[in-house]
Unconditional design. Sequence first.
Length: 135
Amino acid sequence: QPPVKKGGVAKKGVFGVDRGFGDGDRSSLCAEGVAAGCFLVNVKDVTPGDYYLVKVSAAGVGIRTVVSWRDNVGKYTGRNFHLSFSPSAGKWRMGRLLVRAPMKAARMTLTMNVELAEGEKAWFDNVEVYRMTLK
């Protein structure tokens, strides 16, 4: 695989984009040797009480993905939810989670955490969030 294009430097390790490895394409977010860090995706204007489907592809080791909620002044509200990643015969695993926005939620934060040793890599791809209409 080609080297990671550096997008940011953590205390230890590198965050970036891998232009040679992806789930269904040839690029993904990548962390290499990051002792503790994360990629964040913020979803603005969520509607309290609505359901959201969150999907993420991940590969590598040391991966944990969390959905949290913030109110309109930025304070955390409600509980956090962890995505479970399905076992896979291939390199990529899919995480899916259906969550309901708490009553004070104004935005959702998807945190894609990594805890890696030197030389270890983790990748995230195909991050998707859908507002669901349930009948």
